[in-house]
Unconditional design. Structure first.
Length: 301
């Protein structure tokens, strides 16, 4: 072997070592930027339970309001054609020109239909009655299960939290709610039939996680309409702990007429009765959620 070829070999091995280091550095910074990007991005939480009347909308509205009161910038997406989250925040769905439906159908941009609410940091993407039609119209569309996910991707940089209120079914709209989210919160009413359908819901979430959204996680179940005087509620609580080990929020939402009254005034309970037990319960839930996401020094009650 000549000196010349040795020189060549050693310079070749030096440059391949440099290339390997550049490669490692590239992956290091790519990983770092992905972590930073995910931390900086909003958290997307879908409120799901196909069982009707369990407190999904009440939780979506008041959790979103409590998060905004904690200084977060929050978007509430009303994915239910009933439009209860929209009207519960004082916006009349039948007076709106555009809403989520138009964005899903490609007729409007997400940013253009988002509305302000009485809470400084809370905005809503409203539902209008024609959202019911989306159940049928979406079925024949390409990428039908990820339409909402596409909308949310465009908007998420502008918010700390995005909360999605899903309808009471496991149809195409709820499927969009699952695919768009990274975290699932399941309100469970403290009642005898509360556990009915939960198995099917968990199976659906697993399917979405396995086939479309690997980073979809169940945040936990929130017990709603809890009446401490009712012995049955205590039993349900125990059953639920068996069902969701380590995944029940410590904050329990009490049954109170204030929560049923507030939407008819177009107000969250946080504004309707700020010092009442319902506002405090949702404040605690928001605090629990924020600390789950590693947010410290939160000023809520
Ligand atoms: N903690 C509570 N105490 C008393 N009433 C409540 C409570 N939570 C919800 N409600 C009332 O119960 C009814 C159902 O609540 P909500 O609309 O939040 O349930 P939902 O799961 O969103 O219903 P749907 O499945 O129809 O979308 C509403 O009239 C609401 O005001
Ligand atoms: Mg609802």
């Amino acid at each position: 072997m000549t000196l010349r070829s040795l020189d060549f070999e050693s310079s070749a091995s030096t440059s391949s070592a440099i290339a390997a280091n550049i490669h490692k550095l590239y992956y290091f910074f790519a990983t770092l930027s992905t972590i930073w990007y995910n931390m900086a991005m909003s958290k997307i939480i879908s409120i799901v339970n196909q069982k009707g009347g369990v407190g999904k909308t009440t939780t979506a509205v008041n959790l979103a309001a409590a998060l905004s009161e904690a200084g977060k910038f929050v978007l509430l997406i009303d994915l239910d054609p009933q439009g209860n989250a929209t009207s519960g925040l004082g916006i009349k769905p039948d007076e709106l020109q555009h809403g989520l439906y138009n964005v899903l159908m490609g007729q409007a941009r997400g940013h253009d239909v988002v509305l302000n609410t009485a809470h400084a940091g809370l905005r809503v993407m409203p539902a209008t009655a024609d959202l019911a039609g989306a159940n049928v119209e979406l079925v024949s569309m390409e990428g039908r299960e990820s339409k909402l996910s596409d909308i949310v991707s465009e908007l998420r940089h502008a918010y700390d939290y995005i909360v999605i209120d899903c309808p009471p079914s496991l149809g195409i709209l709820t499927l969009n709610g699952l695919v768009a989210a990274e975290h699932i919160l399941i309100p469970v009413q403290a009642e005898y039939y509360a556990l009915e359908g939960l198995g099917q819901l968990l199976k659906t979430i697993e399917l979405v996680k396995g086939q479309i959204k690997p980073n979809l996680e169940i945040l936990g179940a929130v017990i709603t309409m809890f009446d401490g005087r009712n012995r049955l509620s205590g039993e349900i609580l125990q059953e639920l702990y068996k069902f969701f080990p380590d995944k029940i929020f410590r904050s329990v939402i009490p049954r109170t007429v204030r929560l049923a009254e507030a939407p008819s005034f177009g107000k969250s309970v946080i504004h309707y009765e700020p010092n009442g037990k319902a506002a405090k319960a949702y404040g605690r839930l928001a605090k629990e959620l924020l600390s789950f996401f590693g947010e410290k020094n939160i000023e809520i009650e």
